[in-house]
Ligand binder design. Structure first.
Ligand SMILES: Cc1cc2nc3c(=O)[nH]c(=O)nc-3n(C[C@H](O)[C@H](O)[C@H](O)COP(=O)(O)OP(=O)(O)OC[C@H]3O[C@@H](n4cnc5c(N)ncnc54)[C@H](O)[C@@H]3O)c2cc1C
Length: 390
């Protein structure tokens, strides 16, 4: 079934690009997924292949190897990557959708040459370090600090749940350099190279979701970095982080749409084929209810996703709507994966049928990039503001 949302929001060229990406994912990525999930790691050769295919820097500047196209191209790659493997989607999103995007906007030309170019070509992989063991929701209260020492800064602290940390070539690290907790001013963002003395990465976490995407702690013990490694301006690093949050949440809508689409891709043909009590289970109303709710959830999420990507392209502020999409679509993807497992019965619990993986991966999106509770806080605040309440 073709998506009306895709036909309504995408240009002819973008629709063709979507087909190319779908073909690439099916032919070149899908066969790698079982091994990536087992190894707990994405092979760098896959990043390089995606770089070669111009699938990483679609929206990034041509000057550094990107294609300079609309953000929608990244949205398409994002959704289609999540459809084939949510862990791969998370790893690429961190390197490209967050780190490379911040470098393109806030980096100096030397930083772009050194870090952005290899990220776009798939030669390097990056992490973004915000969350700390003391908590992730209160993102403006990090305990990791940086103190100025001549033309260097000295970083101390630790970060946790850091996507890509075991294979990252460099890290964007958010620190408190002055001011009080919960204040946006007084934060500084540093680019720290792998191998910098005092920087260490813990072992990859054994986790419920995203088996292919390695996640670990990162420790900073008197890590000295030159001031040229500051991204943007000193004391203004949290604004970079805040600038990225809305788009991150819009893209979470793409992850959830992709995961739910993968559930339907497996569950619908299975229901048509599987005969129980002499009839395909798709003939039973309780199964029809599940398929109808999954299909509706996908199209509603995709419509809002593309709509918000276009709004971001136009430079519009979408904080409340991005939170609505993340809240709705993550709940929808968890429902879709739970119901897909149910449709497949015992087979649904077997790794071979893939929906067990989707069930684990969907849960992440109710937590990562801001929890569902935090999304509700944002929506509530913005809604009350519209009614004149403080
Ligand atoms: C696989 C994975 C990958 C990740 N990758 C990265 C990464 O690359 N970089 C990075 O910086 N972080 C990363 N994270 C961290 C992620 O963003 C945080 O886990 C998330 O923001 C939640 O923070 P927390 O886990 O500390 O939960 P907490 O902040 O401790 O929250 C715990 C619970 O309390 C609830 N809660 C908190 N405040 C309120 C409130 N005011 N009202 C009601 N309920 C509240 C939360 O909703 C949640 O249910 C990753 C996490 C995972 C699991």
């Amino acid at each position: 079934m073709d998506s009306l949302a895709a036909k309504s929001f995408l240009t002819e060229e973008e629709l063709q690009f979507r087909e190319t990406v779908q073909r690439f994912m099916k032919q070149e990525v899908e066969p790698l997924v079982p091994q990536m999930e087992k190894d707990g790691l994405i092979p760098m050769s896959l990043f390089r292949r995606m770089g070669e295919m111009d699938l990483l820097g679609t929206f990034l500047p041509e000057e550094y190897g990107g294609s300079g196209a609309a953000l929608m191209t990244r949205a398409i790659v994002h959704e289609e990557t999540a459809r084939v493997n949510a862990g791969l989607d998370a790893s690429i999103f961190v390197t490209i959708g967050l780190v490379a995007k911040h470098l393109a906007k806030y980096g100096t030309s030397a930083q772009k040459e050194k870090y952005l170019r290899p990220a776009i070509s798939g030669e390097s992989c990056a992490s973004i370090c915000l969350t700390e063991p003391s908590g992730g929701s209160d993102a403006l209260s990090p305990r990791t600090t940086a103190k100025k020492d001549g033309d260097h800064w000295v970083i101390n602290g630790s970060k946790t749940f850091i996507t890509n940390a075991p294979l990252a070539d460099f890290f964007l690290v958010f620190t408190r350099t002055s001011g009080e907790n919960r204040r946006a001013r007084g934060g500084t963002c540093f680019i720290v190279d792998k191998g910098t003395p005092g920087l260490s990465v813990g072992p990859a976490f054994d986790k419920l979701c995203f088996h292919s995407s390695a996640t670990a702690e990162v420790f900073f013990e008197d890590v000295r970095v030159h001031e040229s490694q500051i991204l943007g301006a000193a004391e203004e690093g949290f604004y970079i982080m805040l600038d990225g949050l809305d788009v991150e949440r819009v893209f979470e809508g793409g992850s959830n749409t992709g995961i739910a689409q993968a559930c339907l891709d497996i569950a619908a043909p299975y229901a048509a084929d599987r005969k129980v009590f002499g009839k395909p289970i798709a003939d039973y109303q309780m199964i029809q209810d599940k398929i109808a709710r999954i299909a509706a959830g996908i199209e509603i999420s995709r419509t809002m996703y593309y709509h918000l990507v276009r709004a971001v392209e136009r430079g519009e502020k979408v904080s409340s709507e991005a939170a609505m999409l993340k809240l709705y679509s993550s709940d929808m993807a968890v429902m879709a994966s739970r119901e897909a497992v149910q449709i497949l019965g015992g087979n649904g619990l077997m790794e071979e049928y893939q929906v067990a993986r989707l069930y684990r991966d969907a849960k992440h999106h109710e937590i990562g990039a801001g929890t569902s509770e935090v999304m509700k806080l944002i929506i509530h605040k913005e809604t009350m503001k519209a009614y004149g309440a403080r």
